[in-house]
Design a protein. Structure first.
Length: 210
């Protein structure tokens, strides 16, 4: 299965990608992870990306697509893959199509903006070990303290309401149009956000017929 996960930041794509990856025995490929890996491995495209990032510039679509193509050639992608965070725009989706990167289904997790602002505002991150918690959905055993290393938890800048709203505006302008793009190709499946991770997974399984 070659799957794209669509949805606003904070919709739960990363969590569901992990669950599906384990269930289907196929890798999850996210833009951030492949960029970091390509830079670390020093691949030709990775070096190009590093040079752009070192200058504080955004990594261009052609570099992102080059890194994606490199990653999809690895053996673990032979039986399929889950793409999370790519394509991010219509030009990226068109570039993938031109490159022959196959997609069976684009799955959109639908969550209202207000729910996302509330959800992300409740996130707490450990600056030392990187583990994340949520004041409602996944609270630490001791309020404000990491379960794993005992450090004080913080709210990342990315999770503050004004930042989340700005990211949602970018999503609606640049990424949401992908739903119409994949619907026109007959590949779009949508699921509504559910009260729990498990119920959302159950809806996704129904939508994918697995």
């Amino acid at each position: 299965m070659r799957l794209i996960l669509l949805g606003a930041p904070g919709a739960g794509k990363g969590t569901q990608a992990e669950i599906l990856s384990e269930m289907l025995s196929i890798p999850t490929i996210s833009t951030g992870n492949i960029l970091r890996a390509a830079v670390k491995e020093g691949t030709p495209v990775g070096l190009k990306a590093k040079a752009l990032m070192d200058e504080g510039k955004l990594v261009s679509d052609d570099v992102i697509m080059g890194i994606l193509e490199e990653r999809l050639q690895k053996d673990d992608c032979k039986n399929g893959y889950i793409l999370d965070g790519v394509p991010r725009t219509i030009p990226q989706a068109k570039a993938m199509k031109e490159m022959g990167i196959a997609v069976d289904t684009a799955l959109s997790i639908e969550v209202e903006d207000e729910v996302i602002v509330e959800r992300m505002g409740g996130r707490r991150t450990c600056p030392k070990c990187g583990n994340t918690f949520h004041v409602v959905y996944h609270p630490p055993k001791t309020e404000g303290v990491c379960d794993f290393c005992g450090s004080a938890l913080t709210v990342r800048k990315d999770d503050k309401a004004e930042t989340v709203k700005a990211r949602l505006a970018t999503y609606h302008a640049d990424t949401e149009p992908l739903k119409a793009f994949y619907e026109a190709e007959g590949k779009l499946r949508s699921v509504d956000n559910q009260p729990t991770i498990e119920l959302t997974t159950a809806e996704i399984k129904k939508a994918l017929g697995i």
